[in-house]
Design a protein around this ligand. Sequence first.
Ligand SMILES: O=C(O)c1cc(=O)[nH]c(=O)n1[C@@H]1O[C@H](COP(=O)(O)O)[C@@H](O)[C@H]1O
Length: 237
Amino acid sequence: MNNRNPIIALDFSAKEEVLQFLKPFDEKLFVKVGMELYLQEGPTIVTDLKEMGHDVFLDLKLHDIPNTVQSAMRGLAKLGADLVNVHAAGGLRMMESALEGLEAGTEAGKQRPLLIAVTQLTSTSEQQMKSEQKINLSLQESVIHYAELSKRAGLDGVVCSVLEAADINKFCGEDFLRVTPGIRLSDSTVHDQIRIATPEVARSEGSSLIVVGRAITQSENPVETYQLVKQQWEVLQ
Ligand SMILES: O=C(O)c1cc(=O)[nH]c(=O)n1[C@@H]1O[C@H](COP(=O)(O)O)[C@@H](O)[C@H]1O
């Protein structure tokens, strides 16, 4: 992935809101389309953003039986997103099938979308994981386990919090992507996130890419806040 710009989560409910938000930006961005926007606007929101020249992370977090995920990924591959994801909790076979589907659906001569797996959501605490998911490991161990499983399945990386990025780098290697949401500026509202960090800490902990939503989209001046996040992130392109 050459584009190391902060990924802006376009968590809006309609295309008009997205266009309104994007209007003041005079550069090509890396944006994320999540389930809120995708479920309202459908696949054309992805192709439209690509036509506007932006890189797109299509975040649908697929989690189903292997055959269903494989077929869904075969279809999604045709939309031209740069990055897509599944839940690692779907298991090794599901992740392998997701990759097979993407490979089968990518047109000859085109680049296959990168495939990453969500480990433990950044809104999950260790206490919640233990009591609700009944996983008897530390949160760090669970995330690393899911990262290693994703790597075995042939995926390109994982979604994790900044707090686990350095360990994943150590266990899975530098080339295995660590995409980290839960990014907040020091004075931002935390909202529903639990495992958060600033862009500067994300850089020092070795995140490959950061995902930033409300800190930018709900700020009074999104372009200025985006530039601030970018300055603090400051990875070499
Ligand atoms: O896969 C994701 O993108 C994701 C995984 C995760 O563990 N945590 C997480 O927050 N996200 C997404 O990242 C974005 C974070 O948004 P903000 O909390 O507003 O910055 C949202 O669109 C989430 O859906």
